[in-house]
Design a protein around this ligand. Sequence first.
Ligand code: GDP
Ligand code: IMO
Ligand code: MG
Length: 464
Amino acid sequence: MNYCVVGLQWGDEGKGKVVDVLAEHSDIVVRYSGGSNAGHTVVVGETKFALHLLPSGSVRPNVSCVITNAVVVDPDVLIKEIETLAQKGITLKDRLLISENAHVVLDYHKREDQLREESLGKKKLGTTIRGIGPCYADKAGRSHAIRMGDLRNLEEIKAKLQTIVEYKNKVFAAVYNTEPISADRIYEKCKSYADQFLTFTTDTTEFLHRSIADGKSILFEGAQGTLLDLDHGTFPYVTSSNSSSLGMPAGCGVPAKMVDKFIGVAKAYTTRVGAGPFPTEQDNEIGQYIRDKGNEYGTTTGRPRRCGWFDAVAVSYSAKIGAIDEIALMHLDTLAGLKEVKICKAYRIKEDRGQKTEDRGQKTENRRETRPAEASRGRTTWFPANTAKLSQASPIYETLPGWDDDITEVNDFHKLPSNAQNYIHRIEEITGKKIAIIGVGPKRSQTIFRAEGRRQKTEDRRQK
Ligand code: GDP
Ligand code: IMO
Ligand code: MG
């Protein structure tokens, strides 16, 4: 079986944990998009790993790890990550492959990211300052791009860097009035990257197709979340890649139809780091309760995450565009102790003059769901991936009774408090998707599987 795990919200849904759990039965784990803006947490026993570029399967010694074409690789971060794993007794030797076509994040990308954010003041996007946007911009612009495979020809890189850095320095001086950066210093770093990474650098697309032909089980690991997708998210408050599952085939050269199951990961509530509209945000004591109980602070930047109620409009949209088969709902334990819990099942959006929110360009399915009287009042169940409209959206909630019991040791769905079961059922009904995995804590063991079929298949394979 080949699986793809992808975030359905604004990132940090718990993808790292889900990938780690599923990787037990995988031969290969693949990171196909984003860069070190990602922070995927894996907890093994008492040890916590925060992975930015290495696939989360890397903590399992028998799994091959692949970083494919559409990932932007910051070699400094990767070196640190490999060292951290080595200190914990985990080696990547002979099991890491990096695409020769993956683009390299260099110091001037990080500098540009920071300078641009600072210059925007209150209008900043709230990026991770990891150089992601500038590196993807150079990729799209082509002439200033450097790819992992280019490290094979240092003479060419040296000349290219002179041109690129000269250009960047002109921009830095003219627009931001800052000191120049040294092309020689970046070249020296590239030399050291070549020493450290060329043995890992290869044609990963060929490797993946060969592995599929050999019957290997592959797990594709998404980064960020669908609502941060450059083309389908809440632009401009998004990342610079296709972070929905639509980015998977383009990101690694394996067609989506080779994936048996797309698993969408969502939290039992919603979080967001950085700026941008967030209809169900609770900037109040409820949000603080969730932040404290769920330890909602960024894995990459340490920033407090904005917290709010579960948004079924957003998750349904992500599930639809991502052809999601099943949902993994994480952090159910975090909601314990709340008197009531809310699910946003529709938005009311003020109509712009001359534009009817519900019935212009709306999908037929949603037209059926929304009665005309409601439509005229701006009610919609379709997520508008348009910042102006989304900023106008007020959530329409369904309120359910909460539960007090600590559920962190529960490993059977039927042993969950009935109100928690009811909450899961309602999310399934509203989104129309099965919740196959439930997270009740950060550890591997704190996972409830509801898809018996999957476990049975695994048992069968083990016996073979
Ligand atoms: P990712 O970016 O999607 O991999 O998610 P992050 O690692 O950035 O953030 C998820 C956080 O929640 C991490 O600290 C995980 O260890 C933790 N986590 C994952 N699943 C659960 C869960 O079901 N319950 C609790 N309490 N924590 C979880
Ligand atoms: P994982 O994989 C949460 C957000 C940033 C910012 C916006 C643009 O851990 O879920 P960027 O640095 O990409 O240009 O920032 O995207 N962002 C994330 N938010 N989780 C992530 O990754 C994110 N990666 C980027 O906070 O709002
Ligand atoms: Mg994260």
